[in-house]
Design a protein around this ligand. Structure first.
Ligand code: GLA
Length: 387
C-alpha cells in the first residue's frame, strides 16, 4: 500500500484525502462454462487482486494510471468523454464501469485520479479484468456515496465487460470477486443468483494454481463462439422440452432429447454444459460431507469434459493436468475460460514439494514452457481498505 500511495503522490502531486480499495482475483474450483448456460459454478475469491488509491477531483477530469502498465503513463479522459478508445488499452476496463454507472443514473458529480496496482498475473484466467472492474465499481460507489448494493455493482461490472469491452462473459467472475468470503467458496446458481457459501477446510491438502504461461490468443472470439453454440443447442432443445436454459436439464433428459441437435459439435457443447452442471452440484455435496477425494475425482472429470466435449483446453493445459495426475494429484483441472491460462489442483501437503518438482519438469519437457506455481489463500470480496 505504501508503494502505491507513494506512486500516487509522485504521479498526481496530491497528498490529502486519498482513499484505498481492493478487489480480489478469483479461481473457479468446478463448474466451467456453466454460468452463461444458467447452471452452477463454485468459485472463490483469492487473496491476490487489484489495489487502487484514489482521490476525487473538483473538475470532471478522470486520470488513470496503472503500475502494471507504467510505460503507458497517465491516461486522461473525462466524465463527458467515456467512449471506448482502443489506445486506452487496460484503462477501458475502469472507463467502461464508470460509463455503465452513469448509464444507470449514478450521480458521479466530479472526476477523479486513481493509481491501480494488480498482483494477479494478466491473461492467466484468474480474472484480472473483473478485478479491476470491481475495484473501480466499489471505489466510485464509496467515494460518491452512491449506496448501490454490491450485487448491483457485480451486474454493472458484467455489463461493462459485455457491452463496453465486448466479451460475452457470464456472471461468475464479477460475482466471485464482488461477493467472495474469506476461506469459503460460493455455490452460485447463475439463473437465480442464489449463493450458498461452503467453508473450504482442506486440512492436509493445499490448493495450488499453476499457470501454463501460454498466452491466450483469440480466446475472446472462441469464447463467444462457444456461447453461440450453446444458444443454438438451447433453441433446438426448446422445441421438444420446456426449459429456460441448459442448466434446467438433467443428463438423462438431455440424452433423451439430444437427437434434435443434428450437428455433432453443437451436441457435444450442450453435453458439457449439462454434465458439468450436475458434476458441480455433486462435487459441492461431496466437499460439504468432507469427501475431498470425491471432490478431486469430479475435478478430473470436469477437465476431461472440457477437453473432449467443450474443446477449450489445448495442449498446454492438457499437459499440465496430465503431469499433475502423474504426480498423484487429488484433483486437477483447467480453470476459467481455457485456451491457456491456469489449472487448479488439490495436492497433499506432504507431497507438495515433490509435486512441484515433478510437474514443472514434465511440463517443461513436453511444452518447452516454464510453469508458475501459486499456493493460494481464499480471500474476501471487493471493498474499501485502510490506507
Ligand atoms: C470466463 C468468463 C466466465 C465464465 C468462465 C468459464 O472466466 O468470464 O463468465 O464463463 O470463463 O467458466
Amino acid at each position: 500500500m505504501e508503494n502505491i500511495k507513494k506512486t500516487f503522490i509522485e504521479v498526481f502531486k496530491e497528498t490529502d484525502q486519498l482513499r484505498a480499495f481492493f478487489a480480489p482475483g478469483r479461481v473457479n474450483l468446478i463448474g466451467e462454462h456453466t454460468d452463461y448456460n444458467g447452471g452452477h459454478v463454485f468459485p472463490c475469491a483469492l487473496s491476490i487482486g487489484t489495489f487502487a488509491v484514489a482521490r476525487k477531483r473538483k473538475d470532471s477530469k478522470i486520470r488513470l494510471y496503472s503500475m502494471n502498465f507504467s510505460d503507458r503513463g497517465v491516461i486522461e479522459t473525462s466524465l463527458e468523454n467515456l467512449m471506448y478508445v482502443e489506445e486506452h488499452d487496460w484503462a477501458n476496463y475502469p472507463k467502461g464501469v464508470v460509463a455503465k454507472l452513469i448509464e444507470a443514473d449514478a450521480l458521479i458529480l466530479t472526476g477523479f485520479d486513481v493509481v491501480f496496482n494488480g498482483t494477479i498475473p494478466n491473461g492467466a484466467g484468474l480474472s484480472s479484468s473483473a478485478s479491476i472492474e470491481l475495484v473501480t465499481a466499489v471505489m466510485i460507489n464509496e467515494m460518491f456515496q452512491l449506496k448501490i448494493d454490491q450485487v448491483e455493482l457485480v451486474k454493472l461490472a458484467q455489463k461493462a465487460e459485455n457491452e463496453y469491452i465486448g466479451v460475452q462473459c457470464g456472471i461468475m467472475d464479477q460475482f466471485a470477486i464482488g461477493m467472495g468470503k474469506k476461506d469459503h467458496a460460493i455455490l452460485l446458481d447463475c439463473q437465480t443468483l442464489e449463493a450458498t457459501y461452503s467453508p473450504i477446510k482442506l486440512e492436509d491438502m493445499s490448493l495450488v494454481i499453476i499457470n501454463t504461461n501460454k498466452k491466450r490468443g483469440l480466446a475472446d472470439s472462441k469464447y463467444n463462439d462457444r456461447r453461440s453454440e450453446c444458444q443454438e443447442a438451447l433453441t433446438l432443445l426448446q422445441q421438444v422440452v420446456s426449459i429456460e436454459s441448459l442448466g434446467d436439464l438433467s443428463i438423462e433428459e438431455f440424452e433423451k432429447h439430444k437427437h434434435v441437435i443434428k450437428n455433432d459439435t453443437v451436441q457435444k457443447r450442450a453435453k458439457h454444459a449439462v454434465s458439468e452442471n450436475e458434476r458441480t452440484v455433486l462435487a459441492v455435496e461431496k466437499l460439504n460431507a468432507g469427501d475431498v477425494a470425491g471432490f478431486g475425482k469430479l475435478m478430473n472429470e470436469s477437465h476431461i469434459s472440457l477437453r473432449d466435449d467443450y474443446e477449450v483446453t489445448g495442449q498446454e493445459l492438457d499437459a499440465l493436468v496430465q503431469a499433475a495426475s502423474d504426480a498423484k494429484v487429488v484433483g486437477a483441472r483447467m480453470t476459467g475460460a481455457g485456451f491457456g491460462g491456469c489449472t487448479v489442483n488439490l495436492v497433499h501437503k506432504e507431497q507438495l514439494a515433490d509435486f512441484i518438482e515433478r510437474v514443472s519438469l514434465q511440463y517443461a519437457q513436453q511444452t518447452g514452457l516454464k510453469a508458475d506455481f501459486y499456493t493460494v489463500e481464499i480471500g474476501d470480496k471487493a471493498k474499501e481498505i485502510t490506507l
